[in-house]
Design a protein around this ligand. Structure first.
Ligand SMILES: [Zn+2]
Ligand SMILES: [Zn+2]
Length: 69
């Protein structure tokens, strides 16, 4: 009455894609206008070179919020 070694049922792990799913979060920046748009009160799209500056071939410059008084 000797039973052969029964294969131990080990729960298979590793096929779960429920691990820590890393979602690259982009830091939320406050929408701010570049100097040109701010001065003219235009709607700035916030790009590196916004549409207004691009249209006028201007250098799009942003002033960091921390630099404000
Ligand atoms: Zn702009
Ligand atoms: Zn601009």
């Amino acid at each position: 009455m000797s039973s052969p070694q029964s294969p131990s049922r080990d729960s298979r792990r590793g096929n779960e894609s429920d691990d820590d799913y890393y979602v690259p979060r982009t830091p939320r920046r406050t929408p701010m206008a570049c100097i040109f748009c701010r001065g003219r009160k235009l709607k700035c799209d916030g790009r590196t070179t916004c549409a207004n500056c691009q249209k006028r071939n201007l250098a799009c410059t942003y002033v960091p919020v921390s630099a404000q008084p």
